[in-house]
Design a protein around this ligand. Structure first.
Ligand code: FAD
Ligand code: SF4
Ligand code: SF4
Length: 438
């Protein structure tokens, strides 16, 4: 379906989805189910997005990867969905119904049709670097897969760190791979896609907590972020699910969670991050499941639990998980000689300044727009809002400023997984309307 006699493209029968997090995945699956072809473009080596990094998910406390894995597998096996990983959209032309998209696909240096994810190369690779998936809390090798259940289940060589690319030596992976899957000659390539409509599902970044130095992040070892804590308590994370303090590997007995870090804050981000009240409750519950002698305090400005049964979830936390909620403004976190963080706060109910010692402090830093959202918006010709989230119409939030381009998930505004899924289905329905003849 390329060009008609006048040189114009005819209506094309596929939808381009940008971003393979839960929103992009759900939109892909919905469209495939309706018989629409999907071109799913993901920047990372594997699809899954942030949901793959989470340990459990509120409101059910189900294992995150257990819910996600079947969807990942379906995305990779469904004949209607073509996965383009390590890929980014670089150019867009045409109009609704007949867009032409240029995608840059980075070289993986591993042949996709030969690698069987056996892991022999990883074991032998001598180069250890920070593992971004595990929030740099452990090392990975220069040949790696993003995470154990990652899809596609194929290794990638990290060119920036591989000894062959940096020093011209090594090639151990090539010599141990019996499948002859390593290919150092692979080149980045540009591919062209023809689609009728587009869905942006590019997700979010995290607020940089070092911008609030009084909270001690980066200076006090036992102060971590919410996403770091997800990895620390996860069975597949750097601690194998056995929670200990970063500074001295002691089992913690007292945790503090600080909500609204960088959100609802006119100096940083005035908006609500929407899921932190719930995920700190979840993280505290899970920590308690690890050790039921553990006591967690959650410092909050307002508790925002607007979803169905979310308030019940918080009540369950207080009743069954020994959670303590303190309405407070945290002023500062300092450290004593034993490396214990001390939270200094104003108790909003009594207006008293108080302080308390904890073993670990978890900062619920806000969801922020993708740092490169502006670049993608420019390529696609769509508008961002005043925060730099992708802008949707007020009463039809999945509709962007450009006809035929839709959006869903946390690239639109902070949202939890169930809302991202609803959003994705809505965007998929709108994108399909353009493709399917009525
Ligand atoms: C600490 C923490 C705990 C949480 N816990 C829960 C919970 O328990 N329950 C819950 O419901 N929600 C939870 N959430 C929220 C949840 O993470 C989000 O709702 C969900 O990840 C949003 O999915 P998404 O697909 O919109 O974005 P993402 O998960 O960010 O996925 C976006 C994808 O797009 C890709 N991408 C980005 N830019 C491009 C580009 N230009 N080209 C191609 N690909 C691109 C990214 O690599 C990524 O794979 C939590 C959030 C945090 C921070
Ligand atoms: S590249 Fe080769 S050795 Fe490495 S996982 Fe794939 S098949 Fe196994
Ligand atoms: S060539 Fe690169 S990826 Fe392969 S084993 Fe050596 S350092 Fe690791």
């Amino acid at each position: 379906m390329l060009k008609n006699g006048d040189g114009l493209m005819e209506k094309t029968g596929a939808v381009l989805i940008i971003g393979g997090g839960i929103a992009g995945i759900q939109a892909s699956l919905d469209l495939a189910e309706r018989g629409v072809n999907v071109e799913l473009v993901e920047k990372n080596a594997c699809i899954g997005g942030r949901m793959a990094q989470l340990d459990k998910t509120f409101p059910t406390n189900d294992c995150s990867i257990c819910i996600l894995a079947p969807k990942l597998a379906e995305c990779s096996h469904n004949s209607k969905i073509t996965l383009h990983t390590l890929s980014e959209v670089k150019e867009l032309s045409g109009n609704v119904g007949n867009f032409k998209v240029k995608v840059l696909k980075k070289a993986r240096y591993v042949k996709e049709d030969r690698c069987i994810n056996c892991g022999v190369c990883v074991e032998k690779c001598p180069m250890r670097v920070n593992d971004e998936f595990d929030m740099n809390l452990r090392k990975r090798k220069a040949i790696y897969i993003d995470y154990v259940q990652g899809v596609p289940a194929i290794m990638t060589i990290d060119k920036e760190n591989c000894l062959f690319f940096t020093k011209g030596t090594c090639k151990i992976c090539e010599s141990v791979c019996e499948r002859e899957a390593i290919d150092f000659d692979q080149k980045d390539k540009e591919i062209e896609l023809f689609v009728g409509s587009i869905i942006i599902a590019a997700g979010y970044d995290m607020f940089d907590v070092s911008l609030i130095p009084r909270l001690g992040y980066g200076r006090i070892n036992n102060v971590v972020t919410g996403l770091e804590f997800e990895r620390l308590i996860c069975a597949s994370g750097p601690l194998g699910g056995h929670l200990v303090r970063p500074s001295d590997k002691k089992e913690p007995k007292k945790l503090a969670f600080i909500n609204c870090v960088g959100s609802r804050d006119i100096k940083n981000n005035p908006y609500c991050s929407s899921c932190c009240c719930m995920y700190t409750t979840k993280e505290a519950m899970i920590a308690h499941e690890h050790d039921n002698g553990l006591k967690s305090t959650i410092f909050y400005i307002d508790l925002r639990a607007p979803g169905k049964d979310f308030q019940k979830y918080i009540k369950r936390g207080i009743r069954d998980y020994n959670l303590n909620y303190v309405k407070a403004k945290v002023a500062k976190i300092i450290e004593d000689k034993e490396k214990n963080p001390i939270v200094i706060y104003e108790d909003i109910n009594t207006f008293k300044i108080k302080q308390e010692i904890f073993d670990i402090v978890i900062l619920a830093n806000t969801i922020v727009p993708k740092r490169d959202a502006g670049e993608l918006a420019k390529v696609l010709g769509v508008e961002l809002d005043h925060y730099n989230f992708f802008k949707g119409e007020t009463y039809h939030p999945q509709i962007t400023s450009k006809k035929g381009i839709f959006l869903c998930g946390a690239c639109r505004e902070p949202m939890d997984i169930p809302t991202s899924v609803i959003d994705a289905s809505s965007a998929a329905a709108r994108a399909a309307e353009i493709i399917i003849e009525r």
